[in-house]
Design a protein around this ligand. Sequence first.
Ligand SMILES: NC(=O)c1ccc[n+]([C@@H]2O[C@H](COP(=O)([O-])OP(=O)(O)OC[C@H]3O[C@@H](n4cnc5c(N)ncnc54)[C@H](O)[C@@H]3O)[C@@H](O)[C@H]2O)c1
Length: 340
Amino acid sequence: MKKRKIKFAVVGCGSIGKRHIAVLDAEPEAEIVAICDLDEKKCLEQSQLYQNIPYYTSYEKMIEQIKADVISVVTPHFLHADMAIKALNKKFNVLVEKPMALSVKDCQAMNQAAVENQMKLWVVKQNRHNVPIKLAKDAIDKGMLGKIFMVKCDILWNRYQGYYDESPWRGKKKEEGGALYTQASHFIDLLVWWCGDVQDVKTFMETQNHNIQTEDSGSAILKFTSGAMGSLNWTTCVYNKNYEGSITIVGEYGTIKIGGQYLNKIEFWDVLGYPLQEGIEFTDKPNAYGKYQGTSSNHDKVIKTIIETMRNNEVSVEAVEGLEGMRCVDAIERIYKASN
Ligand SMILES: NC(=O)c1ccc[n+]([C@@H]2O[C@H](COP(=O)([O-])OP(=O)(O)OC[C@H]3O[C@@H](n4cnc5c(N)ncnc54)[C@H](O)[C@@H]3O)[C@@H](O)[C@H]2O)c1
């Protein structure tokens, strides 16, 4: 029997909203029923690209009028909680872009709305699908690394001033939150996934080379609930282009460095009795936005996992639910609170 397509609506047709729409359009088991953006020009452009999808410039009107299974919230950070809760209260499932929200309090309210309405709430964490991340996770889960002693995470990226100037919310404390919420949250999600929640932290951060309210650089020393310790260096001040996005895991029986510019390569693998297989294809591509690059473009895998999860009514670690998504926000809050 032919399966019914899962109906999605997308709010936010900006840099990554366009990727959500393209991915949904290419997914045979998905159907886009509506898109929404305050900016009608963006709506029109996307609508015309994809068979005149109905569009709205009011989110409230869209969720009042449409029939959909999932609302994808792809708007600035400060809107995530309110938009997700409104959709959950109208009995839609919600997929929200990272970071889930700008506070643990907001994440809790979102999770509560999901439970009360018996709807699903997922957070985009597409880097969990990267080939090197899956290989490392597998080694950790099989106990091949033994106890994790230390993790070292470096996000040494470039964002030019125009990146902040082009979107009115970027670089603003109340609207964006800072580089930990935007660039580093991809990496912090993986650290807490592998090492447990952040228990203790010391942070130093500054705005070094941009005209913005938030920090553009920082260093934190971390202690995780698993006992692992760690360090995190993040900056958007690297000259000209992204240099590195990496995580090194130092375990009792092995060391793994996942690197490249966006966690797309295995740079070092030395694990007792568990060598890296030969012939692995490292296929992850970056999200490219013209003048700058983000992390991996595995949004297609996020959408596929959600569709499978909905069809089979199952829980998947790759379809990250609200409770799991909140752990990253908790870590970020703690890192900011510990700053100078
Ligand atoms: N997973 C990833 O790799 C990835 C990459 C980039 C961005 N993101 C996340 O996606 C979200 C959006 O980021 P972006 O870079 O696309 O931002 P953007 O500024 O390019 O786009 C945001 C869009 O939201 C629209 N918008 C703002 N308020 C609205 C409202 N009330 N109703 C409807 N539309 C509204 C804006 O007009 C804009 O078009 C953020 O959470 C960001 O962190 C994730």
